[in-house]
Design a protein around this ligand. Structure first.
Ligand code: GUN
Length: 313
């Protein structure tokens, strides 16, 4: 356990290497854009990505706009289908079914969370698994768990790509994942325990039932946090030299800012950066990687659909 004498905290320098998700994402997006250009000039097919957004949650609107813009910059026809927050389950399902039938749409993403009255699982099960670039359909999820990924969910595969790009040893490492959500924790565990590059780790998953969270997180060589609680992981919960990946994006009040809020992760960045060997910032860490991997999955979906073969990474 690491503790800091009172008063010294402010003068100790950040020692961790800050993983620049924005820069890695830009490289991946450039590579995807090059591949899209070759694919389109060879086949005449423009990959298409449709994002379904129900409601006007400010964070979701900003994520979805960023996805659409990034798609267009990569030569992918991105568009957003907006439904009111009052949209019925049937309206959302019908929207997805229309996209399933549209041959110009290769990738479908239903932005989560959906309004509370809509059954998320039922909507996700409606998505054609061959267009499920989010990797959330039970068919794709099952293959991922079986170690045979088709479309790996974008956030965990973005994290894996970051680890690879940073040269972080995952083979035999102890990866501790905090959070068991369908879009991050569970698929992250499946990816890290698979064989291969950026994987082959020993995996522990912590969740709200974990008895002594700090005792487990301190065992991590690689600590991946997706719990949605601002700055919950503090320096005393991190083994010196660990790699810390922060998936959290939390808005906290900041009256001095024009927006009235600032973004913080699930990790207490300043203090953990003094202990960790590597750390991802919020914003500018995991977030940009998610978009890059979504574009990569969309290109894979367009390729598979054009070739008439099931998508495979
Ligand atoms: N909301 C926040 N992250 C995600 C994501 O990766 N996929 C979807 N569908 N919704 C999200």
């Amino acid at each position: 356990m690491v503790s800091w004498p009172a008063g010294e905290k402010g003068i100790l320098a950040i020692s961790a290497r800050v993983i620049d998700g924005k820069a890695i994402s830009a490289r991946v997006r450039r590579a995807v854009a090059d591949e899209v250009q070759k694919f389109t000039s060879g086949t005449g097919v423009v990959p298409g990505l449709s994002v379904v957004l129900a409601g006007d949650d400010a964070a979701s609107v900003s994520y979805v706009m960023a996805k659409e813009k990034a798609a267009r910059e990569a030569g992918i026809a991105g568009n957003v289908l907006r439904l009111p927050g009052s949209a019925t389950q049937e309206q959302v399902v019908r929207t997805v079914e229309a996209l399933n039938r549209d041959p110009a749409v290769h990738g479908i993403l239903v932005q989560l969370p959906l309004p509370g009255h809509v059954d998320t699982d039922a909507v996700v099960r409606t998505i054609d698994p061959g267009k499920d670039v989010d990797g959330l359909h039970p068919y794709n999820f099952g293959l991922l768990l079986a170690g045979k990924p088709t479309f790996a969910p974008a956030t965990p595969s973005g994290i894996q790509r970051m680890l690879i790009e940073e040269g972080i040893e995952t083979n035999g490492a102890h990866a501790v994942i905090c959070g068991r959500s369908s879009i991050v924790g569970r698929p992250m565990a499946a990816l890290m325990m698979a064989r291969g590059n950026g994987a082959n780790a020993t995996v522990t998953v912590c969740h709200t039932g974990t008895r002594d969270l700090a005792a487990v997180t301190r065992l991590a060589d690689i600590l991946i946090v997706a719990i949605g609680r601002p700055e919950a992981i503090t320096a005393n919960m991190v083994r010196p030299g660990a790699v810390v990946i922060d998936v959290g994006v939390n808005r906290v009040a900041a009256p001095d800012r024009k927006s009235g809020f600032r973004l913080v992760g699930d990790v207490a960045y300043d203090e953990v950066a003094r202990v960790a060997s590597h750390i991802t910032p919020v914003p500018g860490g995991v977030g940009p990687m998610t978009i890059a991997m979504l574009l990569q999955n969309t290109l894979a979906a367009a390729r598979a659909s054009t070739a008439g073969t099931p998508a495979s990474l």
